[in-house]
Unconditional design. Sequence first.
Length: 277
Amino acid sequence: MKRKILKSVIILLSFFMTSCYGSWNIFYEGNNVDYRTPVMAVLNDLADLSGSYNVLIITDTHFGYKNKEAPLAALYLWLDSVKGTAAAPAFAICLGDAVDTGAQGEYEEYLRFCETLKNLYGIRVVFNTCGNHDIYQSHWGNWQTNCYPHTSFYKFKTANFSWYSFDTASGTLGKNQLDIMKKDMEADPNPKIVFSHYPLSEYHLAFGLGDTTERNLLISTFLKNNVRCYFGGHNHYSHFSDMGLYDYCCPSFRFNEAWTVLHVNENDGTAVAEFSK
């Protein structure tokens, strides 16, 4: 009996040691989510963006990971093919795990990637949401310093849409975000797009929002307040469900060699995404 218990403990520890949740995160959670999200920032970067346009969504880029190269050449080849056309992305969103261990050198590599997107391909801005790998070893400060807009809880508006970024790097939104989000969404009649690191409806041990009450409250709030799409990553594979809003679990850029393109039409209030593969 004792051997069976010991074997189960070893298997569970091995899972955490190798999972995206990661062994380091057991011991280094960084600042807790309520500390990271005392207020919701309101940005004005894209208030002039209207009509129809595309958004590049990437997730789990894991810069600094040594055992598998990121498919930069494939992404740049696609961006070259749409450059100067209506299909070119207007802006980009990274759904978290931009880096692998939170080290400053990894962030510098990621920032060079973001500069390439902006300078060579005309992407106006790269927004970021915080992932669990980004705050490994208590490296929240590195993420906050390097990743625009330097806060993990914010919203911005385009001509007719409101966009919300939530911090789920600790596997939960916490009380601050839930309270502020609910109040703000109820006062905002615009169609909405939400993005965060953890997926919404996909749940596996350590790979989704573990508090089912919190998750159900989110879904209920979204359905009552005109949320059209939710985008998450973290699981590394792609998944789509229609629950009255479009729920996208986006594939990992590094590990699945894929990205997501969101097609937005501000005039008719539609937003539909497709995975590159």
